[in-house]
Each structure stands twice: as C-alpha cells, then as structure tokens.
Design a binder for this molecule. Sequence first.
Ligand code: ZN
Length: 71
Amino acid sequence: MPIDPVCGMEVSEDTGLKVEYGGKVYYFCSPGCKAEFEANPKKYAGTEGMGHSHRSRHGHHRGHRMGGCHH
Ligand SMILES: [Zn+2]
C-alpha cells in the first residue's frame, strides 16, 4: 500500500488521486491532500512517514516532572 505523504495514511492505488513528482508517483487519500502536495511538493516528496507527529518528540513534556520521560 502506498502512503499518502501529506497525512501519512495508507491509501489505495486505485483512487486515481496520484501525482508524479521527481520520478516517483505519490498517492493521496483525498483531493485535499493531493492539492496540498501539489502546492508544496518539496515539503512532502521523499519524506514519507515524516513531518507529522514525529517532530519535537519531547517538546511536549515541558511542564511534567523532569526525568520522567520513558519513551
Ligand atoms: Zn491524506
């Protein structure tokens, strides 16, 4: 299953929502994600599975007690 690079979910190849960019074909779950990719292809191309909830993994722990991170 291809991954929608915008939202990171698995999508079916037969939705017809695909864009060819940089020699690769990207598939999308919805016209909105396709439009988002087309508006910003450099942001999403080649970063499958990234750019979602992975950034600042520990940044949200501020406010909890220190040293309590068991990720
Ligand atoms: Zn999507």
